[in-house]
Design a protein around this ligand. Structure first.
Ligand SMILES: Nc1nc2c(ncn2[C@@H]2O[C@H](COP(=O)(O)OP(=O)(O)O)[C@@H](O)[C@H]2O)c(=O)[nH]1
Ligand SMILES: [Mg+2]
Ligand SMILES: [Zn+2]
Length: 243
């Protein structure tokens, strides 16, 4: 009789099980880097028990834009996520920059690639896998919308071993599977601090002697991260009850 392998990790959306790494693609331009959405993806990936690797794509556009403010924002974001302990790779599929680093990082493993539609996931896979010609969603001027975008999940073998799954792009993630009490654990840098909050089960919002809120006040936890935590907590509390 066939045995059904236990599902070790589960991402609700996209529908993939038994993955190890989540390569989280975010473009620096077109669409602009959206750190709230990045934090949302990170929460879902942490919750699923996958290891996230952040991949900032379309670096060539950043260089072409020659915009110091934008460049500084991207630098800051990369520094912030690295300081939290996340790996951040910066790539240009167009210029083939950073592709070898991504290839080395995901070689031999099982990787799911996730990110909003249009950030360059399929282009990155084409750059990683010689001969692969996934359709990329260049805007069709005739139809005025993306065409031939990825609609289903496909496991692709990597040249150096291992597999990668291209997933349909999605821009909306809800918190249907995450409880308020487990949200804090999805923010890595809250970890040790949260253990020293006065109250067990502290949600780090209004509770007295909360180390997490304290750290957000002093800047030890980045303002943007704490803000997003509070926003997500609110979303969890406001979601419709499921019976
Ligand atoms: N300039 C530039 N454009 C890119 C790059 N990667 C992807 N694109 C463009 O971004 C659009 C979306 O790319 P695609 O790979 O289909 O994104 P996906 O929806 O995430 O799979 C297409 O028009 C690509 O040509 C890049 O590194 N540089
Ligand atoms: Mg695609
Ligand atoms: Zn607390």
């Amino acid at each position: 009789m066939d045995e059904i392998a236990p599902r070790t990790t589960e991402l609700i959306r996209p529908p993939i099980a038994n993955m190890e790494l989540a390569l989280l693609a975010f473009s620096v331009v077109e669409p602009d880097l959206n750190v709230q959405l990045l934090d949302k993806f990170l929460v879902h990936i942490e919750h699923a028990g996958l290891t996230p690797v952040i991949c900032l794509t379309k670096r060539d556009l950043l260089k072409e834009a020659d915009d110091d403010v934008l460049a500084a924002e991207v630098e800051q974001a990369a520094a912030l996520y690295r300081s939290i302990g996340y790996e951040v790779l910066i790539t240009s599929s167009k210029w083939r920059e950073g592709i070898e680093q991504v290839a080395a990082r995901i070689a031999g493993g099982l990787t799911v690639i996730a990110g909003q539609s249009g950030v360059g996931k399929s282009s990155l896979l084409n750059a990683l896998i010689p001969g692969l010609e996934l359709e990329t969603n260049a805007i069709s001027h005739k139809l005025g919308r993306g065409k031939h975008t990825t609609r289903h999940v496909e496991l692709l073998p990597l040249p150096a071993g291992g597999w990668v799954a291209d997933t349909p792009g999605f821009s909306q993630l809800d918190f249907a599977e995450i409880e308020a009490e487990s949200l804090g654990a999805c923010f890595r840098e809250f970890g040790e601090l949260a253990e020293r909050c006065k109250f067990r089960g502290c949600l780090h919002v209004h509770e007295p002697d909360c180390r997490v809120r304290e750290a957000a006040g002093t800047g030890d936890i980045a303002e943007s991260r704490y803000e997003h935590y509070v926003q997500f907590l609110q979303m969890i509390r406001e979601r419709p009850r499921r019976y």
